[in-house]
Design a protein around this ligand. Sequence first.
Ligand code: UDP
Length: 422
Amino acid sequence: MNATTGKRIALISVHGDPAIEIGKEEAGGQNVYVRHVGEALAQLGWQVDMFTRKVSEEQNTIVQFSENCRTIRLVAGPVEFVPRDNLLEHVPEFLDNFLKFQKENNITYQLVHTNYWHSSWVGMQLKKIQGTKQVHTYHSLGAVKYKTIEKIPLIASQRLAVEQEVLETAERIVATSPQEQEHMRSLVSTKGNIDIIPCGTDIRRFGAIDRQTARADLRIDPDTKLVLYVGRFDQRKGIETLVRAVNESQLRGNNHLKLIIGGGSTPGNSDGIERDRIENIINELGMSDFTTLPGRLSQEILPTYYAAADVCVVPSHYEPFGLVAIEAMASGTPVVASDVGGLQFTVVPEVTGLLAPPQDVAAFATAIDRILLNPQWRDELGKAGRKRVETKFSWDGVATQLGELYTQLLQQPAKEPVLLSK
Ligand code: UDP
């Protein structure tokens, strides 16, 4: 028997493929989370299979990251990109193909860790069919999201029902911040078991390069005051607030400013439309000579951008966790973020950065200026941020906590499946 057989876990992430390029439409924090959690668990001796949906014929069905860690792509609906809000009808096929994979490979997963609500539905069916235990991470809560957007999608009622059911039935829910846990309790259900285990970041990669070298690499001169955004183009990311805040800062006489807005987009898709909208605002405000949009930044080049920046701004309308904030902090760069969700947990105001009310242009401008105008304080905030990430948010630490949780759940007696085996 393989020594790791007892430590086997399936991570299910129907729409967040851990093996694809990050930073484009719908590929963000969840993909990064699943990939890094999987790899770090494998390092700890777990046999990790990460299941996602195949979106193109060119994609390999299996991507092997290391001996014990692989991504497996299952067919569910058309083999093409399908927006999240239209995915539910294809999830039963995902479940069928998951069961087929188990059968063909002679594996029965005792434990699954599901990510986002579609995947939680798959986990709940596996529990009914074969008694699989379930850990779930939401990544985004419908009950919170629908309070911050104007057009509620048709899928909303189904999503809210699934999100409530999984909270009440999963062996454990992993909230990534105390703020997320509080939202689950106040908006979803008072029943169910929740642990708080944060997201993490690669503390060896982020922080490996100093400001001077990073600026030389990017050809940014030492006097430039560099404001950085990293993330997807989505209206709820609040990029407009940042652009207007930097404009206000410049109008107040802040010179030598440079704004870099990093993130990928595809013309015609929702992220391409948001990018066009942002570029129009930049042009209207006359900011194009000091603003650049370099497109998607690879995980390899990102540490250089974070290290070069004087401040990284996370202006999201809402954020359940917000990986970008801890990546910047790990790189020794202070963060100005919206005073919402997980950002209230990661960013300690006046210690590792500053918080401002979401969409409040004047408050963001003031916070950015306070840091840009005081380089010594900037450095102190940066150092404190790095320390906070080292102690609380490394992937190794996060994977250790998850591994302990999985072990504890696997040791509990199995429940009888409700349905007969398919
Ligand atoms: N990201 C990237 N390249 C880009 C833009 C974003 O690699 O051009 C990564 C970023 O480093 C982070 C993730 O995408 O790891 C975004 O995660 P976050 O939690 O901040 O936001 P989400 O996308 O989940 O809303």
